[in-house]
Design a protein around this ligand. Structure first.
Ligand code: KG4
Ligand code: ZN
Length: 347
């Protein structure tokens, strides 16, 4: 009987370890985020991410066990993100978990990182409980630095991709725009902060594909328009209008994301809606999503930040559900930079 799973997430730059139990409770989660190591390069450097994982992972596993006062005897299985992600970063987590599974004689499962994001709202801990009565089917908007997609979720392993960005991910667009303004990395958080004192109507920026019939999105046109605007304004005006620029850019991204989410909920006739991934930390997006949910009578689930950004707890939950279902992988399991074809049904 699978009661507790130890999970490892190393698909990008965050190293995270969690122990999750059968009731989806996160017993412990310990993570290391080293944004500063990448900041001077203005983006994530895969080799640095991999090297940091090699230093951080085993100490974090020890820390998770120690802090939760559990031993290996209490752990019934291991879960690890093996797809999609940066290949070198994935290898560190996967090789470590495969070795531990062999050494400790535990079943192991490789988990799709995006499936983790989709199920994250069901995690719970002493401070967070998912909203009661929330269940499948639901429409999920997963928005991060690497992914921006809409899904229709009918149950474990039953995920249909409804639409996706055709170019930049929403978080990537935030980060690149932040870089244009000389804000630190990752830019999304800074843009959100500056935007709070800015006027979102000061500059009109494009909302690409907002009226098209599909649920696909695009953010590269917005990024180019923002770049042109910054050039035209010149250094002094940009400095004076930093907050207005951030608010206007942010409003354009939020308009596109929420309009596509609304369209998806309408087309699939669902009232249950999830927003997840690092960009769901955005304060304007949260406020406007809550207003929209109220007006549409949606049940809206946005996991707390610790389960929105990359984290091992969500991988633990997927691993636990799948191991409990009798699924597992052997030591020939490999990493993959992309999802497996069978992971998601295409539109
Ligand atoms: O899910 P995540 O931690 O990592 C992956 O990319 O998978 O998401 C990180 C992204 C970054 O692009 C970051 O700028 C963005 O989430 N982000 C935000 C905010 N907080 C994080 N974007 C806008 N507003 C925020 N408050
Ligand atoms: Zn992610």
């Amino acid at each position: 009987m699978i009661q507790k799973v130890l999970a490892v997430e190393t698909s990008c730059d965050d190293t995270s370890v969690a122990i999750v139990d059968r009731s989806a409770k996160v017993i412990i989660q310990v993570s290391l985020t080293k944004d500063l190591d990448h900041a001077i390069f203005g983006g994530i450097v895969p080799e640095i991410a991999s090297r940091n994982h090699t230093f951080a992972l085993l100490p974090l596993i020890d820390e998770a066990l120690k802090k939760s006062q559990l031993s290996w005897d209490d752990i019934d299985g291991l879960a690890v993100t093996n797809r999609p992600g940066l290949i070198g970063a994935l290898i560190v987590g996967l090789v470590t978990v495969k070795s531990l599974a062999l050494a400790k004689n535990k079943p192991m499962i490789g988990v799709n990182h995006l499936e983790g994001h989709l199920l994250a709202p069901f995690l719970c801990d002493d401070q967070y409980q998912p909203s009661f009565n929330f269940g499948t089917p639901y429409v999920a908007l997963a928005i991060s630095g690497g992914h921006t997609s809409l899904y229709y979720v009918q149950g474990l392993g039953n995920y249909k991709i409804l639409g996706t960005t055709l170019d930049d991910a929403a978080g990537e667009a935030f980060d690149k725009f932040g870089k244009m303004l000389g804000l630190g990395f990752p830019g999304g958080v800074q843009v959100d902060q500056f935007a709070q004192s800015g006027d979102p109507k000061k500059f009109i920026l494009p909302r690409s594909m907002i009226h098209d019939d599909t649920l696909n999105m695009s953010f590269s046109g917005l990024k180019s328009a923002a770049h042109r605007l910054i050039q035209e304004l010149g250094v002094d005006e940009v400095q004076k209008n930093k907050s207005n620029l951030c608010a206007s850019f942010q409003e354009a991204v939020v308009d596109v994301l929420l309009s596509k989410l609304e369209k998806a909920a309408f087309l699939y006739q669902v009232q249950n809606v999830v927003i997840t991934g690092g960009v769901s930390a955005n304060s304007r997006l949260r406020t406007r999503a809550e207003q929209l949910a109220k007006s549409k009578k949606w049940k809206l689930a946005i996991p707390p930040l610790r389960y929105c950004t990359d984290n091992a707890a969500m991988i633990g939950l997927v691993g636990l559900l799948r191991l409990a279902n009798g699924e597992s992988h052997q030591s020939d399991l490999g990493p993959s930079p992309k999802s497996w074809p069978q992971d998601f049904e295409s539109p």
